[in-house]
Design a binder for this molecule. Structure first.
Ligand SMILES: [Zn+2]
Ligand SMILES: [Zn+2]
Length: 498
């Protein structure tokens, strides 16, 4: 439908008008105008978009940069704080180390006296004895190696024979400066003897009550219990806390849950690293409320092996394990000595305790070369908490295989290995120290090496040179030694040993 406008007169006039405005004599179609309009519109949009785009970018960039700088500053401050804390901690530890090194190493001996308590605290020339086991504890002999007289302090936690019996001998054998009692009495002959030994010692005698302190050399013991005598003999036990540097101890005697509740009520139960578990690990002590506050890292109960009370009770062991304590007992580990310079603890017993290996069986114990031998043993967890034990099989002293077993308290499990050996001989078997042997028979007297009577070389029978030897010239040897004794040397091709 489009036609040239200049073909009509009217259009010619219009064009003339436009031509005079743009200053050119050319003709533009409507289409040209539309395209120009559209292009102008598009370019305008593009320019606007670009300008807006750049503006947005600039604003975003600026905000991002600010945030980055702020974060950098925060990171700097955070890192500085972490380093500060670490530096402070290290410095604190080093300072403490130095301070404690000059003061020396504290040893606390949880002495194996069978069913009973006896604890020696030893710092240089200062010694404190808490209880002495019963009369047959043998404590005097033990103490002779550690106590340089006088024994500064003796504490009798309560007048039961398994705590004071051994103290009678100690009073006879050593000069004692100070004796702390709880003031309770007992009708036993042991108590009567103990009292008369105390009376004739000439020592300072004190009755311990909550709030008292026993200061001896560099050490200060706080008396946490009893407030006054009441209830049962065990619940009147003297309970002591001791801090050495950053390491805290709690000695509970035979204090039971009633005594624990009294200390909890008063809010004086400390969080400690080392706990002497109350009353030989009996369930009558160590309430969960008490253990939740004490939170020991190491818990030591003192009980006689196979004692008639069933100490320690499983409930106590479980409760201690549940608060994360490493558990040791004199019934299993014997005397346990904890040493510390005030910031870390060493434990002079196998840590963790090694498993008990019983019923080592080697079957069959006499085999043909290459035949399988089964070696098995029962592995029992003797530690006071669930442990992973490593069981190692050694043959002739070298490690052959290891296996890991996870065992609960007191749990046993059979662990088996299978081995086979080609060479004849007797083999020494060892599973974590438990020993036995098995024997591999010779190869039915089949000689192993062959040579020619016309040479001085011995071969494996499979060697190509061995196969060229005429059978009437063969000479067989049952071992390298045998071959050498006949003046033969090993073949350089098949390379038998020798
Ligand atoms: Zn006791
Ligand atoms: Zn008792």
């Amino acid at each position: 439908m489009k036609s040239k406008l200049c073909s009509s007169l009217l259009a010619g006039l219009v064009l003339l008008l436009i031509a005079s405005v743009v200053g050119c004599g050319e003709c533009y179609t409507q289409e040209d105008l539309d395209v120009a309009y559209e292009r102008g519109q598009a370019e305008g949009y593009d320019d606007g978009y670009e300008a807006g785009d750049l503006e947005g970018y600039k604003v975003g960039y600026a905000k991002g940069k600010d945030a980055g700088l702020a974060e950098l500053e925060a990171a700097k401050q955070e890192a500085s704080k972490v380093s500060y804390d670490k530096g402070y901690e290290d410095g604190h530890k080093d300072g403490l180390t130095q301070a404690q090194l000059t003061e020396g190493e504290l040893s606390v001996h949880f002495i194996d006296v069978g069913q009973g308590d006896s604890i020696l605290v030893d710092l240089g020339e200062t010694e404190i004895l808490i209880d002495g086991g019963d009369k047959s504890s043998g404590i005097v002999e033990y103490l002779k190696d550690f106590v340089d007289e006088p024994l500064e302090v003796m504490v009798a936690t309560h007048p039961h024979a398994d705590h004071i019996g051994g103290l009678i001998g100690v009073l006879d054998a050593f000069e004692v400066d100070e004796i702390w009692l709880n003031g309770d009495t007992n009708t036993s002959q042991t108590y009567t003897q103990f009292r008369s030994a105390v009376n004739s010692e000439g020592a300072q005698v004190y009755e311990a009550r909550r709030g008292d302190t026993i200061i001896v050399g560099e050490l200060t013991f706080n008396v946490l219990h009893p407030v006054k005598l009441s209830g049962t003999t065990n619940n009147n036990s003297i309970v002591l806390s001791l801090s050495y540097g950053e390491i805290d101890f709690l000695f509970t005697g035979d204090a039971e849950q009633e005594a624990e509740a009294s200390m909890l009520m008063e809010g004086i139960v400390p969080d400690v690293e080392i706990l002497k578990v109350g009353h030989h690990g009996s369930r009558s002590s160590s309430s969960t409320q008490f253990l939740d506050v004490v939170k020991p890292e190491v818990a030591i109960y003192m009980a006689g092996e196979g004692n008639s009370y069933g100490h320690p009770h499983q409930e106590t062991i479980t409760a201690l394990a549940e608060v994360g304590a490493e558990i040791y007992g004199t019934d299993i580990h014997g005397t346990i000595i904890i040493t510390t310079k005030g910031y870390s603890v060493q434990c002079e017993i196998p840590c963790p305790p090694s498993p008990v290996i019983t019923n080592l069986s080697i079957s069959p114990d006499n085999v043909e070369p290459g035949e399988t031998v089964t070696i098995s043993a029962t592995v029992t967890n003797s530690g006071g908490s669930q442990r992973t034990h490593t069981v190692t099989l050694k043959i002739n002293g070298s490690e052959v295989e290891t296996k890991s077993v996870v065992l609960n308290v007191g749990e046993g499990q059979v662990v088996s290995f299978t081995v086979a050996r080609e060479s004849a001989g007797t083999y020494a078997v060892e599973v974590n120290g438990s020993q036995g042997t098995f024997t591999v028979d010779g190869k039915n007297d089949l000689p192993l090496y062959v040579g020619s009577i016309n040479s001085n070389v011995y071969h494996y029978p499979s060697c190509r040179y061995a196969q060229r030897i005429y059978s009437e010239n063969e000479i067989w040897f049952s071992s390298v030694e045998d071959a050498k004794a006949h003046g033969y040397r090993p073949c350089k091709v098949c390379k038998p040993p020798g």
